[in-house]
Design a protein around this ligand. Structure first.
Ligand code: 15L
Length: 277
């Protein structure tokens, strides 16, 4: 992939105190010396070399101040699981709008949006899906991720912003159970995708799956590979661990049928045969 970026540019990472950011910060820091960490509270273990900008996503003025002068934004901030409507509305709908609007008015060129597999969680596990299909969110959280993807498309088409939405599976050192064997992504592979979003010259608007090289994947991630993605993580290396962990979890007829797992079965009142495409 041709590298067209000046790495010292200001790149703002929202949600910097959260779980994913904590895993990828050490990998991003040497690549992007201009990285600015933003969250409501300073991330633990902030090094003297790291810059922190406090911002509450629901407060447009604070988001604008954090994003001022940014060339790019990596937006991991917001509520990271299912929540009440009030939590999702504030952190993920209003917060995401504030972020894109602040990025636009700051003249930021690129945004990476941390979307989620839960935007399409009601697709059945037996179906292999790409990104060119109707969203089927499995939760209010999944709806907010579909909203963020739509907002990204709007800012790309209307304002020329280069937007990459990463439909992240589950990030961590290893897959946590059998479902995660299909959707797991290592921190290093996630950083590869973020680099593509920050640097690739041919992107206007993309939705890519945030998954490692998983043999049981439900997702066609060929576009990511076309853009240069070469995942090194393989969930099969951890199958024994994932299967042992799965033994500790009870059966879930709805969750076990759909890609989104427990996000689909929570609050479920439908007939299972009528759910999903
Ligand atoms: C997500 O989107 C969540 O942020 C994460 O906490 C996990 O629940 C993950 O999806 C998953 O589907 O495993």
């Amino acid at each position: 992939m041709p590298d067209t970026s000046d790495k010292s540019r200001r790149i703002v990472l929202t949600g910097a105190a959260g779980g994913i950011a904590t895993m990828i910060r050490p990998l991003l820091a040497p690549l992007y010396p201009g990285l600015v960490l933003s969250d409501r509270v300073p991330p633990k273990g902030l090094r003297p070399s790291e810059t922190f900008a406090a911002a509450e996503l629901t407060k447009p003025g604070e988001v604008a101040a954090a994003v001022k002068g940014a060339h790019s934004v990596i937006h991991l901030g917001g509520h990271s699981v299912e929540g009440t409507w009030d939590q999702i509305l504030n952190a993920n709908i209003i917060g995401c709008y504030n972020l894109f609007e602040a990025a636009r008015s700051a003249g930021a060129k690129r945004v990476i949006f941390a979307s989620s597999n839960h935007a399409v969680g009601f697709y059945p596990r037996r179906r292999r899906i790409g990104t060119d299909l109707t969203v089927r969110p499995d939760s209010r959280y999944g709806v907010s991720k579909a909203f963020g993807e739509a907002l990204g498309a709007l800012y790309s088409d209307k304002h020329g912003m280069v937007v990459t939405c990463l439909r992240i599976g589950n990030v961590g050192p290893m897959p946590l159970d059998v479902r995660r064997l299909a959707i797991w992504i290592s921190p290093a592979d996630l950083v590869q995708l973020i680099r593509i979003g920050l640097e690739h010259p041919d992107i206007r608007f993309e939705i890519l799956y945030g998954a490692s090289d998983n043999a049981t994947s439900w997702w066609d991630n060929s576009r990511a590979r076309q853009l240069g993605y070469k995942p090194t993580g393989k969930s099969e290396d951890f199958r024994a661990h994932a299967e042992a962990e799965q033994q500790k979890i009870g059966a879930d007829p709805v969750g076990d049928r759909f890609q989104g797992g427990t996000f689909t079965s929570a609050e479920f009142t439908n007939d299972i045969g009528r759910a999903g495409p």
